[in-house]
Design a protein around this ligand. Structure first.
Ligand code: WQD
Length: 335
């Protein structure tokens, strides 16, 4: 059985990826420090896949623990999700982000290289593109300086992996640049669990529809887009999870070193207001929202050129925006 170390495996994307790993015949070995997830997510994963899952509670900066896991579990590959990801928080607490996100990655790289095991799938983000010069944005686009320390950690981490790949010709890695992950598992047993006030759009929408939040503020309707609100590429978290399986298979089939960056998006751009209308249509829930000022650091429009993911990985998004929003709403109703 192919044992895959999944750091941050109890998180939003990590938990959905563990489900798809098992569905595809891999064995996830989860490492999570529970700083942004709950222990009962493991029970939910087990309930979905109807089998037990190996879980180590700990931090991926703990090299002793990493070595122990590699030795005990015969790791064949790694999916590295563990990182802080709140854009706003990163502006106020940059050192926390640099230490955690970069320190976590370098520990993983050091131990995996020493254990002679690469096949590293790195969780990156479209945020590395900043405001693209042209749309849809493809992987050859210039990497711009990020709008937040969170985004800068993704740029630095990509560079670290690329430099390691130049130094170690056997190291195999793939950098998956996610667009905007939304939705929840079809069983409504796992989904996005924002601790505190959500900063991301869809959890804020579902909490507003559930009456937890008074109303949603649309951050700006004076952008140069079809209806004045920002454009994003919203991708179902299960489609995103499946891309990780394809990435692992690509790496496993490679018999020499590699380091590829790949966009993981639908290739379609939707505005915030279109997403709100789609939510109301697919769920039948009226949403209370107001048009407010722009949010600092927001990119006007970004959506993926999804050609490379299809050609290199044989992967493409399949779940519709409407279904994604319905899944998000069904999950919210269980909370
Ligand atoms: C989307 C759009 C907001 C909330 C960031 C990171 C990315 C990834 C996802 C971590 C924007 C608008 C939002 C609200 C709104 N990282 N919005 N009212 O900023 O595109 O991407 O989160 O997971 O790497 O960069 O996502 O969901 O915060 O915002 O109008 O209450 O929704 O202005 O245009 P973003 P988001």
């Amino acid at each position: 059985m192919k044992n895959i170390l999944v750091t941050g495996g109890l998180g939003f994307i990590g938990s959905h990826t563990c489900v798809e790993l098992i569905n595809s015949g891999f064995t996830p070995i989860i490492l999570d420090n529970l700083s942004n997830s709950e222990p009962w997510i493991k029970d939910r994963i087990e309930k979905i896949v109807n089998q037990s899952v190996v879980f180590y509670e700990g931090d991926c900066r703990d090299k002793e623990l990493l070595n122990q896991i590699f030795t005990e579990q015969k790791i064949n590959g790694i999916i590295h999700f563990a990182a802080y990801k709140a854009v706003g928080e990163s502006v106020n607490e940059p050192l926390k982000y640099y230490e955690n996100n970069i320190g976590g990655l370098t520990a993983i790289l050091e131990v995996s290289q020493k254990q002679n095991c690469s096949n590293l799938v790195f969780s990156s983000s479209c945020t590395v593109y900043g405001t693209p010069d042209r749309l849809p944005v493809d992987e050859s686009a210039q990497i711009k300086s990020a709008e937040s320390p969170y985004g800068t950690t993704k740029i630095i981490c990509e560079k670290i992996i690329q430099d390691l790949s130049k130094a170690d010709k056997n190291y195999k890695s793939i950098l998956l640049r996610y667009f905007n992950p939304i939705g929840a598992h079809e069983t409504s047993l796992i989904g996005e669990l924002p601790l505190g006030v959500p900063s991301n759009l869809v959890p804020f929408i579902t909490q507003t529809a559930a009456g937890i939040r008074e109303s949603l503020t649309v951050f700006g309707n004076d952008y140069n887009t079809k209806d004045g609100s920002c454009v994003r590429d919203f991708i179902h978290v299960t489609d995103l999870a499946k891309a990780h399986i394809k990435a692992l298979e690509f790496l496993t089939n490679k018999n020499e070193g590699t380091c590829e960056a790949v966009n993981i998006g639908t290739g379609n751009g939707n505005t915030v207001l279109e997403l709100i209308n789609s939510f109301e249509k697919s769920t039948g829930q009226k949403l209370n929202y107001t048009l407010g000022n722009r949010r600092g650091g927001d990119v006007e429009a970004v959506y993926a050129d999804a050609k490379k993911s299809k050609e290199l990985l044989g992967w493409e998004a399949e779940i519709s925006l409407e279904q994604s929003l319905l899944d998000a709403w069904n999950w919210q109703k269980t909370l």
